[in-house]
Design a protein around this ligand. Structure first.
Ligand code: 5GP
Length: 190
């Protein structure tokens, strides 16, 4: 299970790790609009607020949270694979707390840029958010980084290859004997 502020580079890391490990990334749901280049079903399940709320009220999410004024949630249907399957789940700090509270077995990793200045540069460079949105995301990055001690591991993403190597090491160390390593082992519904 991976968290990190916007601009920490977690999406690129996960794409690389999915290729390297063959583990599936859980596709979560959101009410925010797709960014340029995002593909429904590959990046997110993009839902209207009404559809999200219907699914939420039917207990269709393992966890859900409001982030930057939009709703995000992990559909239960996405993690109902075999118990032995290990997957990557990328959610925010609220989602992490929710899974921890319910003692869902997982290995959690917090990804961060080496400085908030670097985070700001990355957000500006990717050119997908408005100035106001970037300011909101930076402000939130402060509070998210304050939660890094709640995670099993913290990885500073300066170079993708180095960060991926560190994460692979963490996964190897997390594996129960004889089982494949993973950041999240799905279990039965809590
Ligand atoms: P973004 O809009 O930048 O794609 O995502 C904003 C934040 O929402 C990120 O921290 C991302 O990890 C988080 N997020 C994405 N999906 C979920 C989810 O299903 N649950 C929770 N709690 N957070 C999510």
């Amino acid at each position: 299970m991976i968290s990190g502020p916007s601009g920490s580079g977690k999406t690129t890391l996960i794409e690389t790790l999915v290729q390297e490990t063959g583990f599936r990334r859980v596709i979560t749901a959101t009410t925010r609009a797709p960014r340029v280049g995002e593909v429904p079903g590959r990046d997110y399940r993009f839902l209207s607020r009404a559809d999200f709320e219907v699914l939420r009220d039917q207990d269709g999410f393992l966890e859900w949270a409001e982030v930057h004024g939009q709703l995000y949630g992990t559909p239960r249907s996405e993690i109902s694979g075999p118990e032995s399957e290990w997957v990557f789940l990328v959610i925010d700090v609220q989602g992490h707390r929710s899974l921890r509270t319910r003692r869902i077995p997982l290995t959690s990793i917090f990804i961060k840029a080496n400085s908030l200045d670097e985070l700001e540069r990355r957000l500006a460079r990717r050119n997908t958010e408005s100035k106001a949105d970037i300011a909101r995301r930076l402000a939130r990055a402060h509070s998210e980084c304050a939660a890094e001690s709640e995670y099993d591991h913290v990885v500073v993403n300066e170079r993708v290859e180095d960060a991926c190597r560190q994460i692979r090491q963490i996964l190897l160390g997390s594996a129960p004997l004889g089982a494949p390593p993973s950041p999240l082992k799905p279990t039965r519904s809590p």
